[in-house]
Design a protein around this ligand. Sequence first.
Ligand code: ZN
Length: 219
Amino acid sequence: MGTQKLPVYAGENWNRRLQQIIDVLNTKPSPKFVQPRTNLLQLIDEWQKSGDLNRMKFPQDCPSLWQMQAEIRVFLSPTSSRRAYVTWAYGPRKRAWTAWDHAASWFIQLITNPECERLGGPCPRCGKYFVRAGAKEKTYCSRECASVSSALESTKLRRAKEHADRLLRAENAIKRYRNNTGRWESWKDCVTASEPDISKKFLTRAVNSGELSAPQQRR
Ligand SMILES: [Zn+2]
């Protein structure tokens, strides 16, 4: 027998199905789907936090798993070989779809996917969801986002070090101001004369934030 063309809805390509959910999460929705997507994000957030479906907290107004189950229909799909597929679809029959129904239908697609543990995100830098290689935690969506973030981190660290260094040098200059007899208009003039990279504005701010204590003005 040659290769069988499987019915589309019977697809068992779990990676592709996972990617479909990720596309919903990452793509700006049309106006009609803004609320459903917001609801889905909320559901997924609770799902990621819980780690256990039985204990998952469902958002207010969202149908519970059992209410979702009540709206699922099952289909039997024969193929031209000996196999048949059991497929299903979520959808309320006796009422109009709500935003939560759309969210629920995506959510069920996700949680019934054997690869669902590989959903990663949102990335702290770009906000995107992504597929992880395994269930192992991965914070950033890509090497690029991770390296930009670590560059930002080291910039923050460098700035903090520079700030601490300026404070220390300012304190030392203030000590000299207290002890020597040089004639200065103000203690700030004394500090900025010996530490040219320290501005008076920096000193004012440091005093206001309590990081530096201003000496008494000398006559
Ligand atoms: Zn990212």
